[in-house]
Design a protein. Sequence first.
Length: 200
Amino acid sequence: MPLLELERVLLTETEITTRVRELGEQITQDYRHLVDKEADEPNILAIGVMKGVVPFYADLCRAIDLPLAFDFISVSSYGKATSSIGAVKILKDLDASLENYHVLMVEDIVDTGLTLAYLKENFLRRKPLSFKIVTFLDKPDRREAPITADYNGFVIPDAFVVGYGMDCSECYRNLPYVAVVKSGENVGCKFTPYNKKTVF
Ligand code: IMP
């Protein structure tokens, strides 16, 4: 049962809301001078890395008080377990070409850093006007690729987390908070219903 599989709440809804608002304000300040007021379309492109980023992307973009264009890329870097397989595959590429954009890549979590390192190199080859990364969570203890984000919501310990977009076998993405999965568990909860307000 999922009741037994989640250990504790790591980040509450309130903590998340406050921090995402701060990140939005910081990014607004840093990018304000880059806005092309003469252009017909936004020249800042927020790229979301699907699917775990969705809640963070939606909240962050609404906290950035500047014109933003949206695009998404879908990659797979994990199987259905709780450890990295170290391989990155593009499942859905961007719609936009990047030459005319200041790119802000938005990720849910940096773990080994392999996904981020791969995507950074891939995006830089497309020659954006500038490139920065914002991640919601950073797990520095497990880093394999030497990469850090330009903006980060929270540094967290080495634990597998779910909620606020992040999943375990596609479960728990719609929890409004972030919770730690019990260590040693390979959760197979796909078909088990749960109530997102009362999992504990
Ligand atoms: P990395 O390539 O190891 O940095 O992994 C990046 C991706 O792995 C993230 O975008 C997540 O989709 C997934 N991931 C890493 N750690 C966790 C976690 O604790 N919970 C859920 N997904 C995770």
